[in-house]
Design a protein around this ligand. Structure first.
Ligand SMILES: [Zn+2]
Length: 172
């Protein structure tokens, strides 16, 4: 199918998609906020200016558009039919830059969560966010190693004992 947009229109469209405060990003932030997570946005001092920064969890979240960040194997990632070389080169650069940013963050003790736009469709949103929350909690525990709680297993657990005859055997 030919690209219905002229190269100029395409460029404007893509520039728009790239802007901050994109809808997918908002969905993620709103969900986190409602669950009580507090964060900062686009923190410049953190490599790659992650979309959401949760310092307590030492976690950076990137909400990546599937096209701009080149989500491989994704339905939403379709190369425009015009200026293919241009877009391919641009997306490759974005990919490389993303990987570099993730590496720098990891080397500095940050955890990185990448959420793809296609994981935020109504059908997948909840599942995606539960996974994000699970990761956040894992990250939190890895930083603040909890003291071992005394567990009741130090003492023998009371076992409910019943006579065998209670099961299936008729009392005589
Ligand atoms: Zn995708």
């Amino acid at each position: 199918m030919p690209d219905p947009l002229t190269p100029e229109q395409r460029h404007r469209c893509m520039s728009h998609i790239r802007s901050r405060n994109t809808k997918p990003e908002l969905k993620v932030r709103q969900w986190l906020w409602q669950r009580g997570y507090r964060y900062r946005l686009n923190v410049k001092s953190v490599p790659g200016k992650p979309d959401v920064v949760l310092r307590r969890y030492r976690t950076a979240i990137f909400v990546n558009g599937c096209f701009w960040h080149g989500h491989s194997g994704c339905d939403k990632f379709r190369m425009p039919k015009s200026n293919v070389d241009f877009w391919q080169a641009k997306i490759n650069r974005n990919r490389e830059r993303d990987q570099l940013n993730y590496q720098i963050l990891l080397q500095n003790g940050w955890q990185v969560i990448v959420v793809w736009e296609c994981q935020l469709t109504p059908a997948r949103f909840e599942q995606t966010m539960w996974e994000v929350e699970l990761r956040l909690n894992q990250n939190f525990l890895s930083i603040y190693k909890p003291k071992t709680y005394a567990t009741p297993t130090d003492e023998p657990l009371p076992i409910a004992a019943e006579s065998r005859s209670a099961y299936g055997k008729r009392e005589k």
